[in-house]
Design a protein around this ligand. Structure first.
Ligand SMILES: C[S@@+](CC[C@H](N)C(=O)[O-])C[C@H]1O[C@@H](n2cnc3c(N)ncnc32)[C@H](O)[C@@H]1O
Length: 252
């Protein structure tokens, strides 16, 4: 299929992201574009950590996007010249879409991999200058394991973005009243068991969404030497603006 035919096929349906196409058109997105703001905010928040560390151009740099979906964020890194761009997702149809978008954009350096986050062999993959893990951990029953995986892959910076739940604080009698432990954060249990067919949803259905405090604490405990809660831009998507979604940068 030539480029024009591939583009025509892409334009026949709605996408999760507004991909620029070779003709100058953009892929139509879900719900008349209502979700574009969440992607735009996340690009800006990514930049608030990436630009000071790496600058605008990513020539020679490597990027892995964990749960890359159709590859929007991975391909935005390829556009800036990243040399190795790996997109991983549990859903084969997403990797097929990401591969199509990479072909249309001429990003031969994009490599797609179908894998559950928990099945990745981090030793075999090596480390990356940029690790993206956006919109994933609140769909998982083992978010701590996923954060450990992201840490193992990080050479430069890891950006974790997630929905968060309200924090709980206080002390717990840990066996008896003389041994008291303070809560470091909490997880909310979210039921996606009836929605695992959804393209953006959990693959297993039992989801643990962290509080912001939990995420920061866990990222430090798995080994990030510095962890920074990123500030949303003034025009941020409402969830980021009101602290219901956060992005955290972790540095090895
Ligand atoms: C809400 S979407 C987020 C996609 C993208 N990272 C973003 O932020 O726009 C969740 C993605 O996680 C993927 N996913 C869900 N469970 C996964 C798992 N256990 N391992 C890898 N990917 C998973 C889904 O297929 C989907 O692409």
């Amino acid at each position: 299929m030539d480029t024009a035919a591939k583009e025509a096929k892409a334009l026949e349906r709605e996408w999760f992201y507004p991909f620029p196409l070779p003709s100058g058109k953009t892929t139509p997105t879900y719900d008349g574009g209502r979700l574009n703001a969440v992607h735009d905010t996340r690009l800006k928040m990514m930049d608030s950590a990436l630009l000071p560390l790496l600058g605008e151009r990513l020539d020679g740099k490597s990027v892995v996007d964990l749960a890359c979906h159709q590859g929007y964020f991975a391909l935005s890194m390829a556009t800036r010249g990243a040399q190795r761009v790996l997109g991983v997702d549990a859903r084969a149809e997403h990797i097929a879409d990401a591969t199509l978008m990479a072909e249309l954009a001429g990003h031969a350096q994009f490599e797609g991999m179908v894998s559950d986050i928990h099945a990745l062999d981090t030793d075999a993959l090596g480390t990356f200058d940029v690790v993206l893990m956006l919109g994933l951990i609140y769909h998982l029953e083992n978010p701590v394991g996923a954060i450990r995986t992201a840490h193992a892959l990080t050479r430069g910076v890891c950006l974790v973005e997630t929905q968060v739940v309200p924090h709980l604080s206080g002390n717990v009698d840990w066996g008896n009243y003389r041994f008291v432990k303070p809560l470091k954060g909490c997880f909310g249990i979210i039921d996606e068991t009836e929605e695992t067919h959804g393209p953006e949803m959990s693959t297993q259905g039992i989801c643990l969404a962290p509080s912001t405090e939990a995420l920061l604490w866990i990222m430090e405990k798995v080994g990030f030497s510095r962890v920074e809660l990123l500030t949303p831009p003034p025009d941020a998507y409402e969830q980021h603006r009101y602290g219901k979604r956060v992005m955290v940068a972790g540095y090895p």
